[in-house]
Write a protein of this length. Structure first.
Ligand code: CP
Length: 357
């Protein structure tokens, strides 16, 4: 693999991504062949935010490959609680572990961690921004369940504004030919403009639809998501949005027999439990595909030999990112780094947020 870190799945070429999917399938079919592949390697899981699947599947993946694990799942039990900066934590852990998976509530944290880590960093979710290994999970699932990653009509339903899995999935699937996105949300929870811009600049297209029933007959894939309570400013605002879209057996009557239902999980109440027994429901097998995807990703990252390089810090821009959820808002030592976004607009290199010059 060319890239040292995986902050965004777009860091991988199509060839690299397809290679990882095929490797994941080979591990699934022949697990014994891989049980010593990472013998002597150490994975650190730094989870500043709760997780069941991502954290446990990373740990299980490394253990199944013969390696070992360290880390924390509650920053209050680490020196973060004493005020240690992200930079210092990463610098230290990068000296202990061969590879790091980090989850953090602030957007752009994985990109910031990658700047200071001697070891490869994997983004295990950064606020409402990106979740590339969930997308890897999703594409391994789609590859196996849909027979490929092209010419699919994919409905995404729920919290499209705050759902980082949605942003990551659209970014990746819009790089494959002939895909079309049906965006199903309330007006308050539509996808951010930068994601729409990504679709518009690809060969793919999108439509926005206010109702699940209206969208259902068009879909090859329905990607349900929960309303992300932890990203709302108030409980009242969350309650206004929760329960608007619920998938049940009745709504499924309008769907193709071949449609597949995915969900990154955890589910709250957006999919009725009775749907679990419909053969189109693939969200539990999806979690298993995810473990094999993470095994394959770590194998490729560790074998590529481009790790243990010194931190490379960039010069700072005089303007700071205006996204209050960006990691640069709280870790003030981070240099401000932007990409040009046309006109007077700059895109933050960490969180992809837009800042007016
Ligand atoms: N899909 C996902 O990220 O689940 P967890 O939050 O449980 O890791």
């Amino acid at each position: 693999m060319k890239t040292k870190h995986v902050v965004d799945l777009a860091d991988l070429s199509h060839e690299e991504l397809l290679d990882i999917i095929r490797l994941a399938n080979d591990i699934r079919l022949h697990p014994a062949d891989y049980s010593d592949t990472c013998r002597g390697k150490i994975l650190a899981t730094l989870f500043y935010e709760p997780s069941t699947r991502t954290q446990m599947s990373f740990k299980t993946a490394m253990l199944r490959l013969g390696g070992s694990i360290i880390g924390f799942d509650n920053p209050q039990n680490s020196s973060v609680s004493k005020g240690e900066s992200l930079k210092d934590t990463i610098t230290v852990v990068g000296g202990y572990a061969d590879i790091i998976a980090i989850r953090h509530p602030l957007e752009g944290t994985a990109a910031a961690a990658a700047m200071y880590s001697a070891s490869p960093v994997i983004n295990a979710g950064d606020g409402g921004h990106l979740h590339p290994t969930q997308t890897l999970t999703d594409v391994v699932t789609l590859y196996n369940e849909m027979g490929g990653l092209e010419n699919l009509t994919i409905g995404l339903c729920g919290d499209l504004k705050n759902g980082r899995t949605v942003h990551s999935l659209i970014k990746t699937m819009s790089t494959f030919k002939g895909n079309r996105f049906v965006l199903i949300s309330t007006p308050e929870l539509t996808v951010p403009q930068y994601i729409k811009d990504i679709i518009n600049s690809s060969d793919c297209g999108y439509v926005e639809v206010p109702s699940l029933s209206e969208a259902m007959p068009m879909l090859d894939v329905l990607y349900m998501t929960r309303i992300q309570r932890e990203r709302f400013a108030s409980e009242e605002e969350y309650r206004r949005q929760n329960g608007v879209f619920v998938l049940d057996k009745e709504k499924l009557r309008g769907a193709k027999k071949t449609m597949r239902i995915l969900h990154p999980l955890p589910r709250v109440d957006e999919i009725d439990v009775e749907v679990d027994y419909d053969e189109r429901a693939k969200y539990f097998i999806q979690t298993v595909y995810g473990m094999y995807g993470r095994m394959a990703l770590m194998i490729r990252m560790l074998e590529s030999g481009n790790r243990r390089t010194a931190a490379r810090v960039m010069p700072t821009h005089p303007i700071r990112c205006c996204n209050p959820k960006c990691i640069t808002a709280s870790e003030k030592y981070l240099p401000a780094v932007f990409r040009e976004a046309g006109g007077d607009m700059l895109l933050c290199r960490y969180c992809d947020g837009r800042t007016l010059v």
